[in-house]
Write a protein that binds this ligand. Structure first.
Ligand code: ATP
Ligand code: MG
Length: 686
């Protein structure tokens, strides 16, 4: 048998070690908070703790590990498995059945407890699009659609509703603080939300927020709370700064004494307050249980070189809030982060490509390089240039997989089979059949919704005569899908075969779309059941282009493109941040309140602290801004982000770049660039 090679805990520093060893061997572990800056090894420590717990006899089945994304859960499980392998001297992977996001774990628990809390276990989950559509529909039904012209749009209504649920704040407060322009509609919004909730319950559907809300309500229940808590000996949470009130309530309800609870986070990296997350959770943690929590801080950064750390620390230190953390590192380097001044976004794309290739020449794999940006659409120019130059890349964040109509169609059929009461899915499916419009679809759903045997109701439904043939085919499919014995993923094959002819009829580019459907089917085959597939794909849709196109690419070398939000927790040797200008970071969509601006500063801090050795902040002088509808999109002259103040320039090396074409066109450069060129020319000899 293989033997343990080395002590994986030996590499931990004393503070990390204290967190890993916290109350090991005690009858029960007191609550523990690790609060520490970027790259200080929080996630790493968490993974080691999981391994240590298992080593000391904890049952992996009874460890709840909550992470920010499915990918993060996978990585953490793998890391813990690696450590465990080294301790135990086996290659055995840690199998942690309860590792995942709050939402996906919530979905699983609700499925198991559905009967106990008055839910039918065939419930389906609405994605953001479905939820908006239902909100829109309800709004229309109660008459707010037609009469009130200036009534907030369905998407805004859903955001308000979601804020209220996730922050547990009264509607009036939420309106005042986050949606002041909707304040006059408070009474109507109340009515609307009431009707929206009724509609969800009638149809047996849950939206994202419900997964947390129902879980929190169960956790708060005198009987169910302890029962849920007793499922787990250990509850560990990464990125705790980005959890909201409901999530804190869930932990608190399940573990009122905080036994076995460990959370890690960094208040300087809180970037999800627009979704109701609050750093208060970290601040309140030490006192929220019936016994005080132990708090451990880590101050050594293992990720970045000193110059990168200096620049990042300067950016966050200017924050009006207090992030009492001074990170240090022993990674000396003479390479300062670069501030690259560039004429426009096209040049930015070229510059990044040049630099990326240069670095690859110098031995830094594409995979060890990332390009980060504020919003998914900001990488458009770069993507074109990458394709033109044959540089492979994978993009994370902002993928619109679930928004493609053909993907929605297939999922709707599966959801309608799962939950015949779900009207959004049913409505969509019925209208796939040629000759069936909204009126007929509505009639069908009324019949199916009240039927004891939905498949029979579909069978007996009488559509307009001209679609009888197509209808019969659908009814047959539906009956098969409703049969209890049918094995997954056979369902999706049936749906696919039924759907492809319709696809051809509806779309000119049916072939491209058919490939997507194939990919969806492939993805589906990785899941054990229809429910788990539907829940996972809805909660955590493929978020990278590679998640869609399958494994082959994974062996190759490719550049990483990612929104800053999706880059959380990760690291690369070299990082490029695009559009580091006012109007982008901070976004001009930020309302201008101080809290919003501060969140944008933290966003830049998160981006910068992803870099291990090379960091480039790129400042295009002209920047394309999507304006409000009436003003049209346009290019504007932009300024370097306010978060890099003149006093901080000493932390950067400045590069001014414009290629020959631009120079020849002899466009006047703004003063800032001209002066810099002159300045650099003057200092060149030094
Ligand atoms: P973030 O705030 O960005 O999520 P983090 O605090 O979770 O960062 P990790 O991702 O856990 O930090 O660790 C950052 C890097 O430092 C990783 O490459 C990790 O392997 C390394 N690291 C952490 N602790 C040690 C250690 N004791 N010795 C050597 N390397 C370490
Ligand atoms: Mg981390």
């Amino acid at each position: 048998a293989p033997t343990a090679t080395s002590d994986p805990f030996a590499s931990l520093n004393p503070a990390q070690r204290a967190a890993v060893e916290h109350d090991i061997g005690a009858a029960a572990a007191r609550p523990l908070l690790v609060v520490a800056g970027a790259g200080s090894g929080k996630t790493n420590t968490l993974a080691h703790r999981v391994a240590r717990l298992i080593q000391s006899g904890a049952d992996p089945q009874r460890i709840l590990l909550l992470t920010f994304s499915r990918r993060a859960a996978g990585e953490m499980t793998q890391r813990a498995g690696g450590v465990l392998g080294r301790i135990m001297g086996t290659s055995a992977q840690a199998s942690l059945p309860w590792a995942g996001t709050f939402h996906s774990i919530g979905a699983r628990l609700l499925r198991e407890y559905a009967g106990r809390i008055g839910l039918a276990d065939s419930f389906t989950i609405h994605d953001r699009g479905d939820s908006e559509d239902l909100m829109g529909l309800v709004r229309h039904e109660i008459g707010l659609g037609q009469t009130a012209k200036r009534f907030p749009l369905k998407g805004t209504c859903l955001s308000i509703y979601s804020r209220v649920v996730n922050t547990r704040a009264p509607l009036g407060d939420v309106l005042q603080s986050a949606f002041p322009w909707c304040g006059e509609w408070e009474a109507q919004l109340k009515t609307l939300f009431g009707a929206y909730v009724d509609a969800k319950q009638e149809q047996n559907v849950l939206d994202y927020d419900d997964l947390l809300l129902f879980w929190a309500e169960m956790a708060a229940d005198a009987e169910l709370g302890p029962e849920l808590g007793a499922l787990f000996d250990h509850v560990l949470v990464d990125e705790y700064q980005d959890t909201n009130r409901l999530q804190a309530a869930i932990i608190n309800g399940m573990k009122p004494d905080g036994r076995g609870v460990m959370v890690v986070g960094d208040d300087a990296q809180s970037i999800y307050s627009f979704r109701g997350a609050t750093v208060r959770n970290i601040l309140d943690f030490p006192q929220q249980f019936s016994q005080p929590a132990e708090v451990i801080t880590l101050d050594r950064n293992y990720r970045s070189t000193q110059p990168i750390l200096d620049a990042s620390n300067a950016v966050i230190a200017a924050s009006v809030e207090r992030h009492a953390k001074d990170l240090w590192t022993d990674k000396v380097s003479t390479i300062k982060p670069q501030l690259v001044l560039i004429p426009d976004e096209a040049e930015q794309a070229r510059w990044v490509c040049n630099r990326v290739l240069e670095q690859r020449e110098a031995g830094i794999k594409l995979k060890s390089q990332a390009v980060l940006f504020r919003t998914a659409s900001h990488s458009a120019a770069l993507e074109l240039e990458l394709v033109r130059r044959n540089i492979p890349f994978v993009k994370f964040g902002g993928l619109k997989f679930l928004e493609a109509s053909h993907i929605k169609d297939v999922l709707a059929v599966l959801r309608f089979a799962q939950n015949p009461g779900g009207r959004m899915a049913g409505f969509r499916v019925a209208q796939l059949i040629p000759g069936i419009g909204p009126a007929t679809a509505g009639r069908l759903l009324d019949a199916v919704g009240t039927a004891a045997e939905p498949a029979l109701a579909v069978q007996q439904f009488e559509p307009p005569a001209r679609c009888a043939g197509d209808w019969r085919q659908f009814a047959d499919l539906y009956r098969t899908l409703r049969e209890p014995g049918l094995r997954w993923p056979a369902d999706i094959e049936l749906v696919k075969n039924w759907y492809l002819p319709h696809l051809e009829r509806m779309h000119d580019d049916a072939q491209v779309r058919a490939t997507d459907v194939e990919q969806l089917a492939q993805l589906a085959s990785g899941y054990g059941t229809r429910e788990s597939f539907l829940a996972e794909i809805t909660l955590d849709p493929p978020e990278a282009t590679s998640d869609r196109s399958g494994p082959p690419l994974l062996d190759e070398d490719y550049l990483i493109l990612s929104t800053i939000h999706s880059s959380k927790g990760q690291e690369w040797k070299s990082v490029h941040v695009l559009n580091v200008v006012d109007g982008c970071i901070p976004s001009d969509m930020a309302t201008g309140s101080m809290e919003d601006i501060e969140e944008e500063r933290r966003l830049l801090y998160v981006a910068m602290t992803r870099a291990k050795e090379h960091l480039h902040l790129i400042v295009p002088n002209k920047f394309f801004i999507k304006q409000q509808a009436q003003m049209g999109d346009r290019h504007v002259y932009a300024q370097r982000t306010r978060f890099v103040s003149p006093a901080m320039l000493k932390h950067f090396e400045q590069t001014v770049w414009f290629n020959a074409d631009t120079a020849r066109s002899n466009k006047p450069m703004p003063d800032s660039v001209r002066l810099l060129v002159r300045e650099r020319a003057r200092n060149a000899w030094k």
